[in-house]
Design a protein. Structure first.
Lengths: 404, 270
């Protein structure tokens, strides 16, 4: 997907919070996310005004604060927006560090919600804070921006930003951020299908991240190796590496990502009960919406493979009820189409695949358009190829899983 | 500012009270026709536009912008899905200045937003001239330069420009050089000097006030930039310096090629 692009009278992009405006015109007022996005837009305008040195009326900041507090406590961005409204931009102070950290945290919260286009706008607001120049957060910010563009399928932009973040981290002799950039580049190589390069990058990171304080990076590198093994259809190795990554992992969010990927592998290994247990735990406990939805999509496939139409329906209805950002909504329709194909229900499969195609065309998801188009051409059920493993392999994986 | 600069506001009944409280001298209109008549008859600097007024479409607004290229268009809307749907259409067509009712329409805030929008619209042709130089530069850098001229107070050095362009400082210098810009520092200063010129001409603030608003450490520092880039002081500008003359001097001071051409032209005329 590309971000909404607003071309100004001078023929160049005007990017001031355009994703927020676009998002708000799509949503309905009484839908909670509308209020959340509106509160975010107002808060970002205050930060921009602060960057411009323009004081915002106390009455306006008070109203924004009230608007944020009125959000449901379950709204994931509420906490970060409250923290933001406690900062200098709202209270007329100058602690730029707090402001930068608060805006960054709001961007991360949006990423967790799968709202990558909004997160890009938020990181842009952060970049406009004058004190960010030479701030230690700058390199991380570029890498996060790169990651967002990666999710929005803008690979060349993502690559430029991650390289830039890496360059700044190297200049600042910040090994941790440099290795984070390397990991992002590794993911990009894997997405582009250049698995040998991805493997080389992951190995290089592993070799350099030996210090105890870099254990999280080690975990990410091992997880990346697991992903590469998955892309090579070596699901057994992938699960074993995921378990190793989980052992090293110190960040709860990353741990749920690893479990989610592991669940996907277990489905393909035919270990449906284990996959179901792990995947449900991800659905119920991961703080990242995109990971939770991804896990639910895996469950759809799992129940389709298990032939449990009732369980499949329960998950399907739950997913269809939830308002989803465009990326996940498209992914859902795509996955439903695939799952119905597995169930042999060609009519429903076509219906969902057509919806996926409409959404993918509307939002510009090139890769999905191609795949859905292919699937639509098929008129018979098609199950995903499953690798064959010996009983010994399966027993070994079961033993390893028991240690979880 | 408002007693001197004409502001036309095309509004629904709902928005009039708050806007008039903030801008008592604004000329309120209730229909597109009335607003067009007002713009044609008066020397207006800004049109405040409620997207919910019947007849307000992107096409209509674009037509008006072609007719009045120096007028600032400012959208004035409530935090409401219907207004946002209409506003999004206008924003997609490049109408980017927005005042949110109940949040931005206090007298001081709306005054500042309007002044900046007016200055931006008046600087438009100058920015076009600068951007022309950067025809071969990446879109991200051109966008950052436009942002710099739109919000000059956010940019204090080339590092700021690089940060917003999402580029390394070396890449920015490479592109500046290719565009024939003699000095990155001067390019950044030019954006602030041009805005200062517009603000000094719009109404009667002190140089100190303008310097503060543009993020200068002092009025003296602003004066140094003025003389370095144009040979004029802020005091001379307040007394009256022709805009074309001022802008030409700024452009010549930042662009080597233009400066060389000007030098060649001067030599020829001798």
């Amino acid at each position: 997907m590309t971000r909404p692009l607003v071309i100004g009278p001078l023929g160049v992009e005007q990017s001031a919070l355009c994703s927020f405006w676009e998002e708000l015109q799509r949503r309905h007022k009484h839908d909670l996310p509308w209020e959340s996005v509106a509160a975010g837009l107002l808060a970002m305008r205050v930060v921009d005004a602060h960057s411009d040195g323009v004081p915002v009326a106390a009455d306006a900041t008070r109203r924004i604060r009230e608007q944020v507090e009125a959000l449901s406590p379950e709204e994931s961005t509420r906490t970060t927006l409250i923290a933001l409204s406690d900062t200098g931009a709202f209270l007329r102070g100058e602690p730029a560090d707090e402001l930068i950290a608060a805006v960054f945290a709001y961007g991360r919260a949006l990423e967790f919600e799968g709202a990558w286009a909004l997160a890009v706008d938020v990181y842009d607001v952060c970049l406009r804070i004058p004190q960010l120049d030479a701030h230690p957060m700058l390199a991380r910010l570029y890498i996060r921006l790169g990651r967002c563009y990666l999710c929005l399928e803008s690979l060349s932009r993502a690559s430029e930003l991650i390289e830039l973040g890496k360059e700044i981290a190297i200049a600042a002799e910040n090994l941790e951020v440099e290795l984070l950039a390397e990991m992002a580049l590794c993911r990009m190589a894997a997405l582009r299908g250049n698995l040998p390069q991805a493997e080389r990058l992951a190995d290089a990171v592993l070799a350099r991240a030996q210090a105890p304080e870099l254990r999280s990076i080690q975990s990410r590198a091992v997880h990346e190796r697991a992903t590469i093994a998955f892309y090579r259809s070596d699901y057994r190795t992938s699960v074993m590496l995921d378990l190793e990554a989980l052992r090293l992992c110190l960040e709860p969010t990353e741990a749920w990502r690893i479990r989610s990927d592991m669940g996907g592998c277990l489905i393909l290994l035919g270990l449906l009960d284990e996959a179901r247990r792990i995947t449900w735990s991800v659905v119920n406990r991961s703080p990242e919406r995109s990971v939770r939805v991804g896990a639910q999509l895996n469950l759809l496939e799992l129940e389709a493979l298990a032939g449990d139409r009732d369980a499949f329906e329960v998950i399907r209805q739950g997913l269809l009820r939830a308002p989803l950002p465009p990326e996940l909504a498209t992914g859902l329709q795509h996955q439903l189409g695939r799952a119905f194909l597995v169930l042999g229900d060609v009519e429903h499969a076509r219906e969902h695949l057509r919806r996926a195609l409409t959404l993918a065309t509307e939002f510009g998801f090139g890769a999905i358009i191609i795949e859905v188009d292919e699937l639509l051409k098929q008129t018979h059920a098609r199950a995903r190829s499953r690798a064959v493993y010996s009983d010994e392999d399966v027993a070994q994986i079961r033993t390893a899983l028991a240690t979880l | 500012m408002h007693a001197r600069v004409g502001v036309v506001a095309l509004l629904t009944d709902r928005g009039r009270g708050r806007l008039l409280a903030a801008l008592p001298h604004a000329m309120i209109c209730g229909s597109c026709l009335e607003a067009e008549r007002q713009l044609r008859s008066d020397n207006c600097a800004a049109l405040i536009l409620d997207p919910c007024v019947p007849g307000v479409t992107a096409e209509w607004a674009q037509g008006l912008r072609s007719e009045f290229p120096l007028i600032a268009f400012v959208l004035y809307a409530e935090l409401d899905p219907l207004a946002f749907a209409r506003m999004a259409e206008l924003m997609r067509n490049g109408f980017a200045d927005v005042v949110l009712r109940g949040y931005d329409d206090t007298p001081s805030r709306i005054t500042q937003l309007l002044e900046d929008a007016i200055a931006r619209s008046r600087d438009q042709r100058t920015v076009e001239r600068v951007i022309e130089q950067f025809g071969g530069a990446p879109a991200a850098l051109r966008s950052a330069i436009v942002q710099m001229f739109s919000h000059p107070n956010r940019f204090h050095n080339v590092h700021d420009l690089a940060r917003i362009a999402l580029m390394s400082i070396r890449a920015v210098f490479r592109h500046l050089d290719a565009a024939g810009v003699s000095s990155g520092r001067r390019l950044v200063a030019a954006a602030r000097v041009l805005r200062a010129y517009q603000l000094l001409r719009q109404h009667s603030p002190t140089s100190r006030e303008v310097a503060r608003r543009l993020g200068y450490a002092s009025a003296d520092q602003m004066c140094v930039h003025f003389t370095e880039l144009t040979g004029y002081t802020p005091a001379q500008v307040k007394k009256g310096v022709e805009e074309t003359d001022f802008v030409d001097r700024v452009i010549a001071s930042i662009c080597t090629r233009t400066a060389d051409a000007a030098l060649a032209a001067a030599e020829l005329s001798v």
